[in-house]
Ligand binder design. Structure first.
Ligand SMILES: Nc1ncnc2c1ncn2[C@@H]1O[C@H](COP(=O)(O)OP(=O)(O)O)[C@@H](O)[C@H]1O
Ligand SMILES: [Mg+2]
Length: 352
């Protein structure tokens, strides 16, 4: 168990560390629309909440991931970075800040470069889940319609970009039931998102998300959250589509903890832990799953899940066991500190 007062006492040494919370450059600089603007606002709000949470125990500054970052980190003699950077461009955008910090030898919270890259690319992570015998939807990926020739497809099929988040590129009509609508969606998506596109088996079943904290054998699964789409208007597919997330969010019902029997709960929790380990996640992550039959199918891992004080799933999960926002943020720092101490002693590796 990591969520004990003991763990906090051992690893919390008060004002001995200087922490820099690092956020992305404004995304509105490349995504000049309402969505980009909203994301920047959200990221700044999150930075403020985290600073507030940590300031009672640490000296905390806030920095932006721009070309002056390395100098600023050294000038400020930062001991630990609280990473909030998704990156604003590139196939390995989540890995960019970790890569810079590793090059500079500055420790940081959360997963390292390769695991972030693997989690962000749903083709790579899907292959690893399969190779690790972790249930995950069957999928193929294509960069052009010609590649579909001679391929037998079992509908329904969900068309999705390989590396987006927040349901970008997953619309209500991304769930396709015949070849013409599938082709239409693939062509539409290929104009907007980087190829290849994933054509995924549709897992019809209830949806769950599990927050995991810790490292090595010291992992804790927070209460599992069920995302219930049954109240979405008729005609809307039961998926966490862009429309469901942003236009019909009031019709989405969250059950915390999930409405499942003990055996199913343990099965979901166990699958989430195996998925976390299979990609070499560190400190904290969130695993999205759907249950069909007696298996939980891993849909994706969010290697840098949101930590917004009022909206983020992982915060709601922590609240369900009486951990408030500030406690959770401090715990993430303590988990990172514990890992760093152990790494120095060569007691754990990145992949368990
Ligand atoms: N293979 C699948 N079967 C069923 N539903 C899926 C599948 N893949 C994605 N979904 C639905 O689409 C949503 C978003 O997909 P996900 O891969 O998690 O994208 P994002 O990174 O945008 O969250 C999921 O929460 C789920 O509702
Ligand atoms: Mg998701």
């Amino acid at each position: 168990m990591i969520i004990t007062k003991d763990a906090e006492q051992v690893f919390l040494r008060g004002f001995d560390l200087k922490i820099a919370i690092v956020v992305d450059q404004p995304r509105s600089s490349i995504l000049n629309n309402e969505e980009g603007f909203q994301e920047d606002q959200q990221s700044h709000r999150m930075m403020g909440y985290i600073k507030e949470a940590l300031s009672s125990d640490y000296e905390v500054i806030c920095l932006t991931m721009d070309s002056s970052l390395i100098n600023r980190l050294h000038e400020e003699k930062v001991d630990l970075v609280f990473n909030l950077c998704n990156g604003i461009r590139g196939e390995a955008s989540l890995s960019q800040l970790p890569a810079i910090l590793e090059y500079e030898g500055i420790p940081y919270t959360g997963s390292s470069t390769i695991p972030h890259g693997l989690a962000y690319n749903k083709i790579f992570s899907g292959k690893i889940f399969k190779a690790s015998d972790i249930p995950t939807p069957e999928f193929i990926y294509i960069s052009s319609l010609e590649e579909l020739e001679g391929v037998k497809l079992d509908f329904p099929i969900l068309v999705k970009p390989k590396d987006e988040g927040s349901s970008r590129g997953i619309q209500n009509d991304s769930l396709t039931f015949d070849l013409p609508s599938l082709k239409h969606k693939v062509v539409e998506n290929l104009m907007k998102f980087n190829p290849p596109m994933i054509l995924s088996e549709y897992i019809e079943g209830r949806e769950y998300t599990a927050g995991i904290l810790g490292n090595g054998s010291d992992l804790e699964v927070l209460p599992i959250l069920e995302v219930d789409f049954s109240a979405l208007p008729e005609g809307m597919n039961r998926i966490y589509s862009f429309e469901a997330k942003f236009a019909f969010d009031e019709s989405i019902i969250y059950h915390l903890p999930a409405r499942v029997d003990k055996k199913t709960y343990e099965m979901i929790s166990d699958t989430a832990v195996r998925a976390f380990r299979s990609l070499g996640m560190r400190d904290y992550a969130r695993v999205d799953m759907r249950v069909k039959g007696d298996k939980a199918y891993v849909i994706e891992i969010n290697s840098l899940p949101g930590l917004d004080k009022y909206n983020s799933d992982i915060i709601k999960m922590a609240k369900a066991i009486g951990m408030d926002y500030d406690d959770l943020i401090k715990l993430i720092v303590n988990i990172a500190r514990k890992r760093l101490n152990l790494l120095e002693d060569n007691k754990i590796g990145i992949i368990e």
